[in-house]
Design a protein around this ligand. Structure first.
Ligand code: SF4
Ligand code: SF4
Length: 471
């Protein structure tokens, strides 16, 4: 990235050709980050607990017996804040997705990868759950490395077995939670409590999710962020020199050099202690500038601040800052790019809000059957065939009745009564029957009232096709 090129003046450019997580031979270099501690880490712990509480509690919240949130992508049924959405709301999903993408772009242009460090489930679970358990069972980074490099003794086997078991149990728990978000807690309970043969699909999904989470958090780890995550890859096009990133203040820090007792320091504030590298979960040296691997976990900020405290220098040698802020001390400013994204996002959210506000719980469409003329019925009656397409967006069954509003006549439903299943689309046909003498035109305007439980829900206007010679 140019940002990287510009920010460091004394850098050795070798870091551009390598990844902190890959050896020169192209093999994986397992990262053993030092246990992070500091002001930002404490804040991230509190925020992560809050996010995890939302994640694990939300599937159990119900409104009138229905989940508060559910994302059933298999059956294309979604519940957001107690409101049901289905395939018929596809246009809302498209708009919401576009708005979300624009929001992510805007957020990234302004705040860089703050999302990765604070909100992304991958980081939250890895750094705040799995890594903490690893520290607890195997000790800090040096002990972990020592253990991994040592021979298989009873102690090593027992530690590894405990860790893997806890990791797998947690993976199963996370997989179950994910399933609860997709199919709801009631269905999940059935999968857990009933014989496997009754829910083979659900059981296989649970196993696959569990294995997937175990693989990611026990082994794959930072590879997911560096190699797989498309968001990380997009940084190079989304960030600019005004974006806030985790930045090393090279102007203050360089030239770096070890600190010596009782010296009059002529070098910069960086004492080259490499603590910022030791804590980095992706194994990079942030002093080289913004890099693809940086997930904004803030561990290097805390580590450097702790060092600055010890040598009586002000904190913030590594901090949240933009390139321009480090270079010229300029404060954040609204650029035309940010303004453009803001305008687009505002328009999108406004349109989405209007569509949501005007969304009817039941949608209907009445069409006279195309290509059909009127029919002559016994007793001087003329009839037209109509089709009625209904979409029930509620959780309840809705009985519907049709009444002719502006003329004397009859409506005859073909088949059984209209009873709308919850959250379903149905189609029915009906005849409008009028006495011949009421049909004075080729097209006679008619009004059909749609009633549910005796209450008028909506009126629909159409035309009744009659013989041309009635005038
Ligand atoms: S922790 Fe701070 S002082 Fe130490 S090497 Fe990193 S930037 Fe320099
Ligand atoms: S460079 Fe700093 S913020 Fe980025 S991943 Fe490493 S420790 Fe975290």
């Amino acid at each position: 990235m140019h940002l990287t090129r510009d920010i460091i003046e004394n850098t050795q450019d070798t870091f551009r050709d390598t990844l902190g997580i890959v050896t020169d031979e192209g093999k994986r270099k397992f990262v053993y980050p030092k246990k992070p501690k500091g002001r930002l880490h404490k804040a991230r712990v509190v925020f992560s607990v809050f996010l995890l509480a939302i994640l694990f509690i939300t599937p159990f919240i119900k409104l009138s017996g229905h989940p508060f949130m559910m994302f059933n992508i298999v059956e294309r049924k979604f519940i957001l804040f107690g409101l049901a959405f289905g395939p018929h709301d596809f246009y809302l999903f498209v708009l919401a997705t576009i708005s979300f993408v624009v929001f992510i772009i805007l957020f990234t242009v302004v705040f860089g990868r703050v999302f990765c460090g604070w909100v992304c489930p991958q980081t939250v679970f890895l750094e705040m759950v799995f890594r903490k358990i690893e520290f607890w069972i195997e000790g800090d980074y040096l002990r972990q490395k020592l253990l991994n490099d040592s021979k298989w003794t009873a102690k090593k086997i027992s530690k590894k077995l405990v860790k893997w078991s806890v990791f797998f149990a947690l993976s199963v728990f996370i997989a179950n939670t994910l399933l609860a978000w997709i199919i709801g807690t009631d269905e999940l309970y059935k999968i857990i409590s009933e014989p496997v043969s009754m829910h083979p699909g659900g059981f296989i999904a649970m196993l696959l999710f569990s294995a997937g989470f175990y693989f990611i958090f026990a082994w794959f780890r930072e590879y997911a962020c560096v190699y797989v995550c498309p968001y990380g890859r997009l940084q190079s096009v989304l960030l600019d020199q005004n974006s806030i990133v985790i930045a090393y203040d090279n102007i203050r820090g360089e030239p770096r050099g070890k600190i010596k007792k009782a010296e009059v320091r002529t070098l910069g504030d960086c004492i080259d202690c490499k603590e910022c590298i030791a804590v980095c979960p992706t194994g990079i040296d942030i002093r080289n500038g913004t890099q693809l691997e940086c997930v904004n976990c803030t561990a290097c900020i805390d580590a450097c601040d702790n060092i600055m405290d010890k040598i009586n220098k002000p904190s913030g040698l590594i901090k949240y800052a933009s390139f321009n802020n480090v270079k010229d001390k300029t404060k954040f400013k609204l650029t035309p790019r940010i303004t453009g994204y803001l305008v687009i996002l505002t328009v999108l959210i406004a349109v989405l809000g209007i569509l949501l506000y005007n969304r009817n719980p039941i949608d209907f469409m009445i069409l006279r059957t195309p290509g059909m003329l009127y029919q002559e019925q016994p007793g001087g009656i003329l009839s037209n065939l109509y089709s009625l397409k209904l979409t029930n967006k509620t959780f309840d069954e809705v009985p519907l009745q049709l009444r002719l509003e502006n003329l004397q006549g009859e409506i005859k439903i073909i088949g059984s009564d209209i009873n709308l299943e919850p959250n379903a689309v149905s189609e029915t046909k009906f005849l409008v029957m009028l006495p011949k003498q009421k049909v004075n035109n080729v097209n006679t305007p008619i009004e059909i009232g749609i009633y549910t439980n005796g209450e008028k829900f909506q009126t629909f206007k159409s035309n009744f096709l009659g013989p041309a010679n009635q005038n």
